[in-house]
Design a protein around this ligand. Sequence first.
Ligand code: NAP
Ligand code: G3H
Length: 485
Amino acid sequence: MFNCIVGEELTFKNLVNGQWITSSSNKFIDIYSPIGNCLVGKVPAMTKEEVDFAIKSADEAQKLWKNVPVNERAEILYKAADLLIEKVDEMSDIMMREIGKDKKSSESEILRSADYIKFTADTAKNLSGESIPGDSFPGFKKNKISLVTREALGVVLAISPFNYPINLAASKIAPALIAGNSVVLKPATQGSLCGLYLAKVFEQAGVPAGVLNTITGRGSEIGDYIVTHPEIDFINFTGSTEVGSRISKITSMVPLLMELGGKDAAIVLKDANLDLAASNIVAGAYSYSGQRCTAVKRILVVDEVADELVKKVKEKVEKLKVGNPVDGAEVVPLIDNKAADFVWELIDDAREKGAHLLVGGKREENLIYPTLFDHVTTDMRLAWEEPFGPVLPVIRVKDKDEAIDIANKSEYGLQSSVFTENINEAFYVAERLEVGTVQVNNKTERGPDHFPFLGVKASGVGTQGIKYSIEAMSRPKATVINIGK
Ligand code: NAP
Ligand code: G3H
């Protein structure tokens, strides 16, 4: 259906202990573009022995890296950020071909990652420990002081998803490295060309041999082996709730930081600015075809303004540009046919159960046209499941309490928006929502990246965000001074 995006076929290697290697098995995984199903490149399928070697070399390198002064680690990160900026054109071309993200969004993901890396270096240089006097606790005297510093954890396993292959790898690597850890990156297979390119940038910036290693191979084949590897000290995972919960079941005594799925609601109250709500909802739901954890994935609107809001949303959805990311389309083919099949099942279910199809409901291979359903009810799968595609359900509610109730019945708890001009109503709703972040009068979104970003319930474990990620990937170390003993 789509022509291939022109570009050379890429064969990438893995970075292990400072060397770029293919696999001794000589097996490669072909990476096909979601646009026209053309071969973009190949990456090695690593063996278990090679995984062992990569993790072992990370373990050994970390023993030296943790003693490198923070200001020197920061210099390497600044260099990596500069290189990302320098290479934005080439990298964004690869990203567009590999995951079908449009050029502008690909560039902005890369530039945002450069900012993330720089801010991480700045933040780490400004972190300080604390000293706690003993006599504030009953029964203790002034002669006891706890000096609290932070220590690295060891080897961090970073597993990234397909949809932000640079940003969600960089936002694990940079804070882990600055905290003195070494990193083993296992990128999503579809996204691994971007992930390996990013590793090259860090290597060129001066990350010493072994401090950053990469592993490619299908998660279904090597995932369990890596996450249960005895030399992994921390797992930083972004991806589906299904894989995340599997990792948390099969690992033992390894701390986890997980960003998982979501079903973010946009709650629209009667006194909302409906134009603002409609434009935020449409941008939030359909950009990159809804393949964002923080995409708006349901509208909960009170009956009084439902007709008017739906009309405005519908008008905007009809104007979305659909097609090839090369032409700047907002709604592009999904990452693969399997993803499109799943979205199609949800569309079918909603249709069969009587939801009103207002826009879309059309498919060509892995391209799902932007789809909007009104009068979705809670017996429909679309009310609860995460499509990760361009389909948005409108659920009409009688009042704010019913909206809160339905919002909280979800297994997920990433973010929610509330649209209202009344600050008291905004706080009423925000206080009651079981999510990591509530956006007042804005679409759900992760940035700016120094804000805390977390999911509750099935949406995650732990907190990301620059300072929070550094803290998550380090631990306090207390040295207690006992004066005069
Ligand atoms: P996914 O299928 O769960 O894959 C994520 C990563 O896990 C990939 O690197 C994958 O490798 C790997 N993996 C697969 N099986 C594994 C196993 N048994 N052990 C260890 N790793 C394994 O997710 P995705 O399709 O890439 O991303 C979409 C999902 O991620 C959505 O649910 C979305 O909501 C979520 N997400 C959440 C956030 C957030 O911040 N909350 C951000 C982005 C995405 P392979 O590619 O080789 O299978
Ligand atoms: O897919 C998950 C990303 O972290 C979302 O980031 O809200 O900036 O698009 P975003």
